[in-house]
Design a binder for this molecule. Structure first.
Ligand SMILES: [Mg+2]
Length: 259
């Protein structure tokens, strides 16, 4: 790795890296504090499209992690940015919560259920049969199908929750149309985030707890990658993948000194 440039920008996944089931992971507070003091650009990433940047700022603050709202990057923001680049000032039928609808409004999209350019599916807590039926019919009528992220399930204290990818599969089954997924593992999620803070991939690093999303998309976006073992991927699984992270560390606490 002698040819790697010094790391000037840090992107980090949230769940399994900074927090786990509503509790901060030891070292996360020191990592965020050191980043803020350094003045280096950084983003905390999540594929979850439910929350706005301000919501997530408040949720992290309650866990003792002070991440300014503008340093939070969600699949909802990446999706809105993607649509704004592709078809500025377009229209969309959106299934999702404030995180997604706010992001869509902020890029100037009109939300409508009449002949929209796109059907945009995100995470919600209450998937309605009526909304899914509307989405199926609009896609049959020619609307393009976008989903914020492909995760089939999400975590909860009681067990798995069906997530955006599972509902997307239902709509795909009913229409025969596959969505374009914007969130991880699509490297677009990282590239759009880097663009939003004016950073370049060759000077940037991605930290994640999953080989098959965080590490592969960081690698494909041209960044250094750090795998932490406080989340989903176990140390014994790393060698099974056809790609490897720049470095494997036990936890975020091991990365504080690299800032
Ligand atoms: Mg994670």
């Amino acid at each position: 790795m002698a040819d790697r440039k010094p790391i000037e920008t840090w992107l980090t996944d949230m769940d399994g890296v900074l927090i786990h089931e509503g509790v901060p992971i030891p070292g996360a507070d020191a990592f965020i504090q050191r980043l803020r003091e350094s003045g280096k650009p950084f983003l905390v990433l999540t594929n979850n499209s439910i929350y706005t940047q301000r919501d997530l700022h408040a949720r992290l603050a309650r866990m003792g992690l002070d991440v300014p709202a503008e340093h939070i990057w969600t699949s909802a923001l990446a999706t809105a940015k993607f649509l704004d680049d592709q078809r500025p000032g377009g229209t969309a039928y959106v299934i999702g919560e404030a995180g997604l609808t706010t992001a869509m409004h902020d890029v100037g999209y009109v939300l409508t259920d009449t002949a929209p350019d796109f059907v945009v599916l995100g995470e919600t807590r209450t998937y309605s049969f009526e909304a899914m039926t509307k989405a199926v019919r609009l896609i049959n009528d020619g609307a393009r199908f976008i989903a914020t992220n492909p995760d089939e399930t999400g975590p909860s204290a009681e067990g798995a929750l069906p997530a955006t990818g599972a509902v997307a599969a239902l709509i795909t089954k009913a229409t025969g149309v596959e969505p374009y997924f914007v969130g991880k593992p699509n490297p677009l999620m990282m590239r759009a985030g880097l663009n939003a803070i004016g950073a370049h991939s060759e000077h940037s690093a991605m930290i994640g707890d999953r080989m098959d999303t965080d590490i592969v998309s960081g690698m494909e976006a041209g960044m250094s990658t750090f795998l932490v073992l406080t989340g989903l991927t176990q140390a014994s699984e790393v060698e099974r993948f056809p790609y490897r992270p720049t470095q494997v560390v036990d936890s975020i606490a091991d990365l504080v000194e690299l800032i």
